[in-house]
Design a protein around this ligand. Sequence first.
Ligand code: AMP
Ligand code: ZN
Length: 499
Amino acid sequence: MGDVTTGHQLRLYNSLGRRMADFTPSADVVGLYSCGPTVYSFPHLGNMRPYVFADTLRRALRWKGLPVRHVTNITDVGHAVADSDTGEDKLEVAALRERRSVEEIAVLYTKAFFDDIAALNVLPADEYPRASAFVPQMIEFAARLEERGYTYLLPSGLYFDTSRSPGYGALAMMDVAGQREAARVEYVEGRRNKTDFALWRAEEPGVRRVMRWDSPWGWGAPGWHLECSVMSMALLGEHFDIHTGGVDHRELHHVNEIAQSEAYLGDGEPWVRFWLHNEFLLMNAAKIAKSAGGGPRLADLADAGYHPMAYRLFLLGGHYRSQLDFTTQAVDAAQATLRRLVTRVEPLRPLPEAGTFEAARALLADDEAGDRDKAAMAYLDQIDAAICADLATPKILAAVQEALRDPDISSEGLRVVVAAADALLGLRLADLDPRAIDRRRSLSDLDPAQVAAIERLIAERTNAREERDWYRADEIRAELDKLGVQVTDTPAGPAWELR
Ligand code: AMP
Ligand code: ZN
């Protein structure tokens, strides 16, 4: 059991050093910065994972009684296609493609982002700075790096010399010799080290960018990495406690943020103490990427009858540092679990306020009978232990489900346990209407013989297709159709679901 009054010590997995560490704040308010969206297309389901993860972290800090100031940036300039240093900006490409202005593109997709995070019950950040509003500060930042001799100028822009940065790449644990031989590294004429990156991207001769600013290095636009260093320091102070993002950022974007920020500050201190990264959402075992043509969106799920909270529950059913496979079966299961949970919780409403461990524990201590509800206290301890063990949300889900089945818990105690779990999970157990969560025909409603019969038909269809017997293949598809089975051919083979 954890300490009766404060509970367990919060421990987080720090990507810096790749180890679990006790988290204790360095200031009265925990500064938390999350890399946000590049607003050039609709966010897909995978894009939502970092925000649900950061929200879980935020709820965990609140649970431990720690005030938080949370900043999430909106990248509306500076992110070149393929994360490269040269070439077109993602927003400019989108504007051309969609025949809209870059401002319209930014407004449209920023709204789509806010709609999705609101539907997922992500607590709003304190600030959502837009990169385009901080260009003068970015220029000042780069100028200071130049003054200190960390940069060199090429026709393509102002570059950060990573060989001047002693611990360069520590976050990525890169081996210096083979640094970033990866596909993402493009060839840049005159670049001194492969890892050097643009602080300022100069306009190519004869090309006039849509988004352009004048700078000591000529007309152009800031490099992508610069914005997060500048906006986080502007809004959270020079040093702050936690920086989050998708695991892809651990190898490049965050490495570069650290290098330039520590060079800028020059105080020998680590810039940010804790770096946390969420793993990817996989679909058919492939990473979903916006730049790879877009993946399914939250709105697509809603159209198919899934509640956004079912998607949140699906995400929380995996640990943030594990890859998650997005499958129809898994979301079906999440929807069924959500429905069962909400149906079971409905008679317990209204739920008390139990957003912090302190508050939840006090509610149990103040039990009218004067006798603490021991069963409830044990569940509360389990929940606290789980969140403190690097945000083990699957264990919290398990604990609340077990409590709901437990005959030995008082209904008062149960209400506290449910409220506490939901303060961390954010599934809206306090107010969701179970009738708003569709009962879907799901695979679990089928008996195994039916599933086997469907899979036999699909295999037969695959054979027919391989033998180029299109007539037979179509016949089987029609048969499957009658059974309400929809088959989609994917690179990994046919996938099916029930309509
Ligand atoms: P973007 O808007 O493209 O800059 O991406 C926003 C965030 O989504 C970044 O932090 C990425 O790391 C993250 N991300 C992109 N694809 C996925 C995915 N399939 N699963 C989890 N996170 C992702
Ligand atoms: Zn960032």
